[in-house]
Design a protein around this ligand. Structure first.
Ligand code: XLS
Ligand code: NI
Ligand code: NI
Length: 436
């Protein structure tokens, strides 16, 4: 079979002292950390769209790379792209991939033609998955790129568009099930609005809830056993996104009775765009019982959009992995690199270096998160900070059996209250002691 990336070797773990750039320094797939192999903890996935499709165009310029894989016919490109994708995942030891329907097969001139193309390419993907032992972390439908979705998909003012989106999602679910996908993601893309002068917000939200009810019930009816995820994101592309952040999505899911069956796919760059930390969004998902999967990337705090950079900030990956460990680890989810090399990093070596950097940053984050939990200083501090709830009036509050009169009597009797320090700087230094 043709080799697409002759300059990229099979990347191996060589340890932190190695200076070989085409080696892992922290990601050692079969090493056991906190009871599981790193591979099992981290469940890395390749994003088909950024890695195999996007050519680096932005609003000021065309692509800085060509990704036609030596072909010119769109379906021939799609087939070669699939072979190239598995060669790349194999060389980088990436066990999973994520895709939109339109990433794997180009949209045809009718829905029927698009669906036939998906059938053909998904047969090829199934064959390659078997050959290389790779799995689908999640599938999704691109219900935002085509101009028919310019006013939204499930929230479009046009019922024909709603029907088209439902049909497109139905097919994407079928392909995801056929490929044994562990999850299905709904990213709200254009589900939002620019101005209330032309928008019926209540109608749009109800329709979005209905689209999710309909399509998720259909997936269960054809045997989908994985998780459904909503991926919150604010601001982009519309001014007001209905899936703004984790808390907003949890409220939405409850309102439409979807909270039992849906979890969240938290993306680092979306968290910061919403004015939150990545860790805050993960913790919000966890405390709502909705922690599911992660789109691993990082934003640039000086830029106001979704830059989708490969994550290299080890504080962030450590905080993230603490949340993942506290949530009990991934079940059907994993770490999908929804990330792209910078436009100026325009070779396949750059893409390989990017994945190595991201995988190493999360591997190091996992090692440090396990060390912080093992050290126990921070967890003990937090437990002690809430110790007044362990007995007496605090225990009654925790058990939700304190009466208002009892609380008043307690307050009248206590005199003044002394509240202890939060010790933030001390704790930050504990973290640095363990990190370095
Ligand atoms: C865009 C989103 C998108 C989803 C999948 O900002 O991150 O890539 O992950 O549709
Ligand atoms: Ni994403
Ligand atoms: Ni994104």
């Amino acid at each position: 079979m043709k080799e697409f990336f002759a300059d990229i070797p099979y990347v191996k773990y060589e340890g932190a002292k190695s200076t070989n750039p085409m080696a892992f320094h922290y990601y050692n797939p079969d090493e056991v950390i906190a009871g599981k192999t790193m591979r099992e903890h981290l469940k890395f996935a390749m994003s088909y769209w950024h890695t195999m499709c996007a050519e680096g165009s932005d609003m000021f310029g065309v692509g800085s790379m060509t990704k036609n894989y030596g072909a010119s016919d769109p379906m021939e490109i799609a087939r070669n792209k699939a072979y190239a994708a598995f060669e790349f995942m194999n060389k980088l030891s990436i066990d999973y991939f994520c895709f939109h329907d339109r990433d794997i097969a180009p949209e045809g001139s009718s829905l029927a033609e698009s669906n036939a193309r998906l059938d053909e390419i998904s047969d090829l993907l199934a064959e390659l998955m078997k050959k290389y032992d790779k799995k689908v972390l999640w599938g999704t439908a691109n219900c935002f790129g085509n101009p028919r979705y310019m006013h939204g998909a499930g929230t479009s003012p046009n019922a024909d568009v709603f029907a088209f989106a439902a049909a497109q999602i139905k097919k994407a679910m079928e392909i995801t099930v056929k490929l044994g996908g562990n999850g299905y993601v709904y990213w709200g893309g254009r589900e939002g609005y620019e101005t209330l002068l032309n928008t019926d917000m209540g109608l749009e939200l109800d329709n979005l809830g209905y689209l999710l009810q309909l399509t998720s019930a259909y997936a269960r009816s054809i045997g989908f056993k994985g998780d459904f995820y909503i991926e919150p994101k604010p601001k982009e592309p519309t001014k007001h996104q209905y899936d703004f952040d984790a808390a907003t999505v949890c409220g939405f899911l409850r309102k439409y009775g979807l909270d039992k069956d849906f979890r969240l796919n938290i993306e680092a760059n979306h968290a910061t765009l919403a004015g939150h930390t990545f860790q805050h969004e993960l913790a919000t998902a966890r405390v709502n019982g909705a922690f599911g999967s992660i789109d691993a990337n990082q934003g640039d705090m000086l830029l106001g959009w979704d830059t989708d950079q490969f994550p290299t900030n080890v504080y962030d990956t450590t905080f993230c992995m603490i949340e993942v460990l506290k949530a009990g680890g991934f079940t059907n989810g994993g770490l999908n690199f929804d990330a792209k090399a910078r436009r100026g990093s325009n070779t396949w070596e750059d893409i390989a270096y990017s994945y190595i950097a991201g995988m190493d940053a999360f591997a190091l984050g996992l090692r440090k998160a396990a060390a912080i939990i093992e050290d126990g200083t921070i967890d003990k501090f937090v437990a002690d900070r809430y110790a007044s709830y362990n007995d007496g009036i605090g225990k009654k509050i925790m058990d939700k059996c304190a009466t208002i009169e009892e609380l008043e009597a307690h307050a009248l009797a206590m005199g003044d209250v002394s509240v202890s320090s939060g010790r933030q700087e001390y704790l930050e230094n504990v973290m640095n002691r363990i990190l370095f």
